[in-house]
Ligand binder design. Sequence first.
Ligand SMILES: *Cc1c(COP(=O)(O)O)cnc(C)c1O
Length: 366
Amino acid sequence: MKIPFVDLKAQYQSIKPEIDEAIGKVITETAFIGGKYVKEFEQLFSKYLNINHIVACANGTDSLEILLKASGVAINDEVIVPAVSWISTSEAVSSVGAKPVFVDIDPISYTIDVKLIESKITPQTKAIIPVHLYGNPADMNEIMLIAKKHNLIVIEDCAQSHGAEIDGKMVGTFGDAASFSFYPGKNLGAYGDAGAMATNDSIIAEKIRMIANHGQLEKHKHLIEGRNSRMDGIHAAVLSAKIKYLDAWTNKRIEIADYYSLLLDKLNVKVPFVKNKSKHVFHLYVILTSKRDALKEHLENQGIETAIHYPTALPLLDAYRSEGYKNSDFPIATDFTSKILSLPIYPELTKEMVMYVVENIKKINE
Ligand SMILES: *Cc1c(COP(=O)(O)O)cnc(C)c1O
């Protein structure tokens, strides 16, 4: 059996007529950038999240950058980020001239360790970017308390967590604003790069809309200098066609994750932990094992593709070498990144495929 890590073809095949029609319309109407299809998706997504404003943009990294810029984060400011994430989270901070301040992760949730945040706050700290890593909500209630106490802006990185919830409330609606990516492999994915920003604050909404479109709200009335970060019509039309399936796809992911965890529980691997009141949407299903590299190789030989998200904690990447961080500064992240393995998970994965993966893990990890 061959099991790819992701299977975007299977998803396309399952809704092909709708997608083809949606793309065809955009081309017929030459609604290539912005315009009615983008507006339609913004409305659908704001309804989905139950938030006042969605502003579409070109990708998730841009959405973080634009939100930081709109929040006034700039040179000499510090922004708290988790030590484990995709590099966009810290890259966006540096791109506005501020300094990312890394905080180790919690050994159970793998999201930012809220107990360590306050020790990293200085007079320069302006914002916190919690990441709902792998689709698992960060501890937003605690983070919002800390932010309120120290007067910090909170921008949620929801690139991996479309539809995740805490106590029935969607992630992306806790902080001052939130960033979403619709990279093709994300839980809600476009057919190229795309992103969006979410906020209930109408002042932030107006600013980010301006920044993402050359500082204009009306054509040729440039109120500030902005940039070009717009969503393409084709991506918006694809996302509008797909969003009605998002909850069903998420439920499938949860079902598959539960099945993996049930089968893997007796083996010598650590499975994801989901808090009582949290809804984890399993963008990734990540296990921990001290035999990670041997297991990865064995699975590959059996036709099972796996991945590592991510092999190196952010502060220990070459990109941050000049800061001189040590492994011992981030003990949990360092240990974690040496043991993690992401198993295939997507709505089209069958029970038989999950069983095949688990059977093969057994051979190494019993
Ligand atoms: C994917 C991702 C991003 C960036 O999104 P792009 O659309 O690829 O720019 C940011 N943060 C996290 C945690 C991500 O996984």
